[in-house]
Ligand binder design. Structure first.
Ligand SMILES: [Mg+2]
Length: 264
């Protein structure tokens, strides 16, 4: 396994807590990008948030003064769409998700519905900020009918400004687990499906891919599961103190991407 930093060709970067914090860039983020470009390496942003599209994130980054093409931003919704398409072209999907996630599924030719009558091939649960009781009830029925059940991401809450949070996909999973006793296949981090997707799309060997992030149980766990290099930055959720008791052991630890950029 290649674990040398200089041999990494593709960096997968978490966003919040790693590249920016709320609405400001992490110090050194621009320099990190420049370094990646100078060295002809690849940088892809990886996010579990399925409520927003790549374009939404592109606009957010642009607002922070960073231009990134939308195809370099990969969210769990895009990978969920690919997962279904690979198994059934044109599948009919009952969606508990936002219009952005619907676009993501339709972009690969899937039929999206919120009418549970007729044949449903997959039930997809996302970070649905447009959730209604009807959608929950339909999902409950479809799960009990044995329809293949996917969820975009396992996060219980989504971080907001000032340490506030909002309920995320994982909390909706919990509700439906209580009502049905069943759990979905979860596509986003720490599952390896997002890394597999990148490896297939870019043709880069997993040995030369690294995951960079601020959360041990999602970002670093993804690296562990996918057997790729894991780089922890201490600019977000994790402190040095947390590391002592954590089961995940990152290959590298940096205060932030500033120091990671300097080490490349
Ligand atoms: Mg993060």
């Amino acid at each position: 396994m290649v674990k040398k930093l200089k041999e990494i060709e593709c960096f997968l970067l978490d966003m919040d807590g790693t590249f920016y914090l709320g609405n400001r860039l992490i110090d050194g983020a621009q320099k990190f990008l420049q370094k990646i470009e100078q060295q002809n390496k690849k940088l892809l942003f990886l996010t579990n948030n399925s409520s927003k599209s790549s374009r939404d994130y592109q606009q957010k980054l642009e607002g922070l003064g960073v231009f990134v093409p939308p195809e370099n931003i990969i969210n769990s919704g895009e990978v969920t769409a690919d997962y279904i398409k690979e198994r059934k072209e044109g599948a009919r999907v009952y969606l508990v998700g936002t219009p952005s996630l619907q676009d993501e599924l339709e972009a690969v030719g899937l039929q999206v519905t919120t009418d549970k009558e007729g044949k449903i091939d997959y039930l997809v649960l996302g970070f649905d900020t447009t959730l209604t009781y009807k959608k929950l009830w339909d999902a409950h029925d479809l799960i009990l009918d044995g329809i293949p059940y996917l969820a975009t991401n396992p996060d219980y809450v989504c971080p907001l400004e000032d340490k506030k949070t909002m309920p995320d996909c994982g909390s909706i999973i919990s509700l439906l687990k209580t009502s049905t006793g069943k759990e979905p296949l979860v596509i986003g981090k720490p599952n390896t499906l997002m890394v597999d997707y990148v490896a297939r799309k870019t043709g880069i060997d997993k040995k030369r891919i690294a995951m960079v992030g601020d959360r041990l149980y999602t970002d670093i766990q993804t690296a562990v599961n996918a057997k790729i290099t894991g780089i922890l930055v201490l600019s977000g959720e994790t402190s040095r103190e947390d590391l002592k008791s954590a089961p995940q052991k990152p290959d590298y630890i940096f205060p932030s991407i500033k120091e990671l950029g300097e080490a490349l």
